[in-house]
Design a protein around this ligand. Structure first.
Ligand SMILES: NC(=O)c1ccc[n+]([C@@H]2O[C@H](COP(=O)([O-])OP(=O)(O)OC[C@H]3O[C@@H](n4cnc5c(N)ncnc54)[C@H](O)[C@@H]3O)[C@@H](O)[C@H]2O)c1
Length: 328
């Protein structure tokens, strides 16, 4: 089906917003053979952007995932601050700042440029797609396309339908995502946070509550999650895991535990205080933990290394691995 986009429109894909995500998304698209027109408002950063994108491609080359050299693939990239260079492109991936008004303004500009059936895909983390569709001339062509960092490595992708999204475009995006080595999930009805963020924030809310009420420290919660959920989560999602270990025990625990889990609607004060004090994590040397410049760089380097290793492992154990009777 994705050939529909590639043949009916053309092989080029546009990306708008060259921050953290835009660069790794651009690298992913280049890696899978697309020509990419990347729109950045900060054109003076072009050498840095090119160097970052090249290094992402180099990582993929090291994994044996590229059919061309990083240098050759970089020739398929145009970086521009001129939105009109997107004219004639069949798919534009928006990855600008998480701000509803800015995104809506961009979509209005894009609709003036793009053909009526060109797809606009938003990488919003949590803005409902239906809200982004508001005011669009052809809202059926706007869908969520939710990537995870590092976008050139992670197999995660959510394709999200807003109230007005046309299913044929969702099908095209699902096929394209698969062609980029992702295991995409389709969110059929619009909901804030989609799937993975709703699951993750439910867990974070419980963790904050346990800390706030003095049941456990941040370190102890991190350690428990790493070694329990982290042990199986790349092999099986929560439903497969319940199948693996027997549903009946879960039912009993659900009945007892659900009423006691945090249902807090407010963010705890200690979380607000950390952010208001400028503690943003690695980038500021302090978050829930503290970092020197050297340890921050080391955490970042090792996280990238780990991402490549866990991607390798998840390639060996795809989602349906147990149904493949010839898999050893
Ligand atoms: N960081 C993550 O892990 C993550 C994960 C999933 C989704 N997202 C979503 O992806 C989007 C981008 O996130 P990010 O982390 O890359 O943010 P970022 O702040 O690193 O990058 C945003 C970039 O967009 C640029 N920009 C803003 N308005 C623009 C415009 N009109 N035209 C062109 N460029 C513009 C900014 O200059 C900046 O470089 C957000 O919607 C975010 O919620 C982020």
């Amino acid at each position: 089906m994705y050939f529909a986009i590639l043949m009916k429109k053309n092989k080029s894909i546009g990306t708008v917003g060259m921050g953290l995500m835009g660069t790794s998304i651009t690298a992913c698209l280049l890696a899978w053979g697309h020509e990419v027109v990347a729109v950045s408002t900060d054109l003076y950063l072009e050498p840095v952007l090119r160097s970052n994108i090249f290094s992402f491609l180099d990582q993929l080359a090291g994994e044996g995932k590229l059919s061309d050299s990083p240098a050759t693939l970089m020739n398929h990239l145009i970086i521009t601050d001129d939105l009109s260079k997107l004219q004639g492109i069949g798919l534009v991936v928006e990855c600008i700042t998480e701000d509803i008004a800015e995104k809506q303004q961009l979509f209005t500009q894009l609709e003036r440029l793009l053909a009526r059936d060109a797809i606009i895909a938003s990488n919003t983390s949590a803005i409902p797609i239906s809200q982004l569709q508001f005011g669009m001339k052809y809202p059926g062509r706007l869908l969520g396309l939710h990537w995870a960092e590092p976008a050139h490595i992670s197999k995660f992708m959510e394709v999200i339908c807003g109230d007005h999204s046309e299913l044929q475009y969702a099908d095209e995006l699902m096929s394209l995502a698969t062609s980029w080595g992702k295991e995409p999930a389709l969110v059929r009805k619009d909901i804030r946070g989609f799937i993975s963020n709703r699951m993750m924030y439910a867990m974070i809310r419980e963790g904050l509550s346990l800390v706030e009420q003095g049941y456990a420290t941040v370190e102890d919660i991190d350690r428990a999650c790493r070694n329990d959920l982290g042990q199986w989560m790349t092999f099986a999602g929560p439903f497969r895991f319940m199948d693996l270990t027997g549903l009946s025990a879960y039912l009993k625990v659900m009945e007892d535990l659900f009423p006691e889990l945090s249902q807090a609607e407010q963010v705890p004060e200690f979380m607000k205080k950390l952010v208001s004090q400028g503690h943003n994590g690695l980038s500021t040397g302090a978050g829930f933990y503290t970092y020197t410049a050297e340890t921050a760089a080391n955490w970042e380097r090792l996280f990238m290394k780990f991402s490549l290793e866990i991607r390798r492992l998840s390639d060996v154990y795809p989602q349906d691995v147990g149904d493949r009777l010839n898999h050893d």
